[in-house]
Design a protein around this ligand. Structure first.
Ligand SMILES: C[S@@+](CC[C@H](N)C(=O)[O-])C[C@H]1O[C@@H](n2cnc3c(N)ncnc32)[C@H](O)[C@@H]1O
Ligand SMILES: Nc1nc2[nH]cc(C(=O)O)c2c(=O)[nH]1
Ligand code: SF4
Ligand SMILES: [Mg+2]
Length: 216
């Protein structure tokens, strides 16, 4: 759990948080397809804007903030609440390009658990119940994020990414879930990961199951 109590004190007025706006690519009720919470119903909020530019990114349409409508926290909270989802996943784009305190305060005020998918390359913000860090060499994570990581999920294309995964794992707290995820369009990475996990059983495999299930 990442708590920013000092920040929370500054934003005591929940009404103010509810009026805050974020550029949103899409929001949808679906099944968490990846990582430790795979298979669980969850509401996704995808913020616009990313400055990491992974060449293999599967949501390049999220990179530019411009052209995406702004939505108020109160409307996002209501949609998530009405969906019946037990938790919300904030993703992007790179969600940490935005101050997530107002959005997470709003969601938590309605009893929703809040998860984040992040590259960790911008400062951590918000009240978060589960942090999935997917570090990228293109723009490295900040050193401060590692202390709060619940799950490390590294996208693998080649052997170089396995070394990158180990380097990042060394900075995470004991007990962090360690997962390797094949890059979707690089089938040979699967063989690499399977062999690696058999040799290094502290690691597990994360697949993008929503792409098999054909859900968003
Ligand atoms: C689209 S990113 C958005 C959140 C954040 N920018 C990040 O990279 O963690 C969501 C997740 O999808 C992963 N991802 C993106 N493109 C992928 C691909 N082509 N194959 C496998 N995983 C991918 C990312 O590493 C990340 O874990
Ligand atoms: N179903 C589903 N699960 C996901 N897990 C992480 C996703 C993401 O794009 O952050 C994602 C996504 O886009 N859809
Ligand atoms: S950091 Fe995330 S959203 Fe940004 S380019 Fe990489 S995978 Fe895509
Ligand atoms: Mg995705």
């Amino acid at each position: 759990m990442f708590k920013t109590d000092e920040q929370a004190d500054l934003l005591t007025d929940l009404d103010q948080a509810m009026e805050t706006e974020y550029p949103i690519v899409e929001h949808f009720y679906t099944i968490q397809g990846e990582g430790a919470h795979t298979g669980r119903a969850s509401y996704f909020i995808r913020t616009a804007g990313c400055d990491v530019n992974c060449w293999w990114c599967d949501v390049k349409e999220s990179w530019e903030e411009e052209g995406h409508p702004k939505m108020k926290v109160k409307d996002l909270v209501q949609l998530a609440k009405e969906s019946g989802a037990p938790f919300v996943v904030i993703t992007g784009g790179e969600p940490l390009l935005h101050d997530l305190l107002p959005l997470t305060l709003g969601l938590k005020s309605e009893g929703l658990q809040v998860h984040i998918e992040t590259s960790g390359s911008s400062p951590l913000s918000g009240q978060l119940d589960w942090i999935t860090l997917s570090p990228k060499r293109f723009k490295k994570p900040t050193e401060e994020v590692f202390a709060y990581v619940d799950e490390l999920k590294v996208v693998v294309l080649t052997n170089k990414d396995l070394k990158w995964a180990e380097d990042n794992a060394a900075k995470c707290p004991d007990g962090t879930r360690l997962l390797l995820q094949p890059e979707w369009d690089t089938p040979k990475s699967i063989e690499l990961i399977v062999d690696y996990v058999k040799e290094n059983p502290e690691w597990g495999i994360s697949l993008q199951t929503h792409k098999f299930l054909k859900v968003p």
